[in-house]
Ligand binder design. Structure first.
Ligand SMILES: C[S@@+](CC[C@H](N)C(=O)[O-])C[C@H]1O[C@@H](n2cnc3c(N)ncnc32)[C@H](O)[C@@H]1O
Length: 368
């Protein structure tokens, strides 16, 4: 785990050199062409690949110098993130968030067809199953309920439920799906009918988890909740909101299973080395996996531009509180959960290949 955390942070010994490179560009007003040699020298001496080009290009493009940025990125051939960023800068002429398309599950469906997403799902289902059995928390009553927060297309929760059927001799289940997207909830309902091998009552709640009304909280409080799950959802919230939202979830479910990919997109400042480093590693790995899927080029580009690159753009260009995606480290998730009032926080980390982000899973218990 220590290694996984280190990988999401920038190697300290290079910080001074690259910060000087950024200063030359922004304060010294050096032309991007003059930076090629400096970027190349740093990458040759250190094991950071083409990162110096990407860092310099992000700083330039953020200041409206997109043409110079894309020229610099030409020198970073072979780096997936650099290639995709360059294509995007040439197409749009700016570093910015693409305009929102209609609410749809299409881009998530492409993502869940990738090998990396499959590894993440397998790791999550396995970890959740182990964490739940270790909690010694059998369902109580004839129809236990599970609350799935940020259900997406529902495939993950369906697979998890199928694992629980024989282990807990389930006969009936009430599944409560919560998502801020109506299109996702529609897709998840179809997948529940298609994939779950159990008599299932399904309800949906269409709202952001952080905006549950007191009435909704009271209604959920009357459910016979066995536990709640939240996979790849709560990273959408900045730190303070993660804490208050998890505190609300704790009032509803004394046992919560949480999953997130590890990143370093919550605490670092905009334009910092740590932020750009983490974004290009994290989204580079996800984008590589999309480029290897067996779907059309238009679908790949739709998933990359509308989903993954859109997230990367929000992180790189917006002020901290408005990033919209705040993946963070294992240590941070533990301290967020403790601040939210969970008495016990147990975690597991699974490597998703040598270049993929680490899959973090946690069992949070309100009482020990
Ligand atoms: C990446 S998908 C994860 C889907 C599924 N849990 C999984 O792991 O495969 C994230 C989902 O969370 C939803 N979401 C994001 N922020 C949310 C929020 N604040 N409240 C509720 N849902 C949210 C999105 O609409 C999306 O469907």
């Amino acid at each position: 785990m220590a290694e996984a955390r280190a990988r999401s942070q920038f190697p300290d010994h290079l910080a001074g050199e690259l910060e000087a490179l950024g200063q030359d560009l922004l304060v010294g007003g050096k032309a991007a062409t003059a930076m090629v040699g400096a970027c190349r020298a740093t990458w040759r001496r250190a094991s950071v690949g083409r990162f110096p080009f990407i860092f310099a290009a992000v700083l330039l493009a953020r200041r409206g110098r997109a043409k110079e940025a894309s020229a610099l990125l030409e020198h970073a051939a072979g780096n997936t993130f650099a290639g995709v960023l360059r294509r995007y800068l040439v197409k749009t002429g700016r570093l910015g968030v693409p305009s929102r398309r209609r609410d749809s599950a299409d881009t998530l469906n492409v993502w869940t067809s990738t090998a990396l997403s499959e590894k993440e799902m397998v790791a999550t289902v396995r970890a959740f199953t182990g964490l739940l059995s270790g909690a010694d928390a059998s369902p109580v009553g004839s129809v236990p309920a599970i609350l799935d927060i940020g259900t997406g297309n529902g495939i993950l929760i369906c697979r998890f439920i199928n694992r629980l059927i024989s282990a807990y001799r389930l006969k009936d289940l009430h599944l409560i799906l919560l998502d801020r997207s109506e299109a996702m909830l529609r897709e998840a309902l179809l997948n529940c009918q298609r994939l779950v091998r159990l008599r299932l009552r399904v309800s949906t709640i269409h709202c952001p988890i952080e905006s549950l009304s007191e009435r909704q909280i009271v209604r959920l409080g009357k459910e016979n909740l066995w536990f709640a799950t939240a996979a790849s959802c709560l990273h959408h919230l900045p730190r303070d909101l993660k804490v208050t939202t998890l505190a609300t979830v704790r009032r509803l479910a004394s046992l919560v299973l949480l999953e997130e990919l590890e990143g370093n997109h919550d605490l670092p400042d905009r334009d910092s080395l740590e932020l750009v480093w983490s974004v290009q590693r994290f989204y580079g790995a996800l984008i590589r996996s999309v480029l290897r899927t067996n779907v059309s080029q238009a679908q790949q580009e739709g998933c990359i531009d509308q989903f993954l690159l859109a997230e990367a753009m929000r992180i790189l260009t917006r002020a901290k509180s408005r990033r919209g995606d705040h993946h963070t480290s294992r240590g941070e998730w533990c301290s967020v959960a403790r601040e939210a009032g969970f008495a016990s926080v147990e975690g597991l980390a699974t490597e998703l290949g040598s270049h993929g982000p680490c899959c973090l899973t946690f069992r949070l218990r309100a009482e020990i």
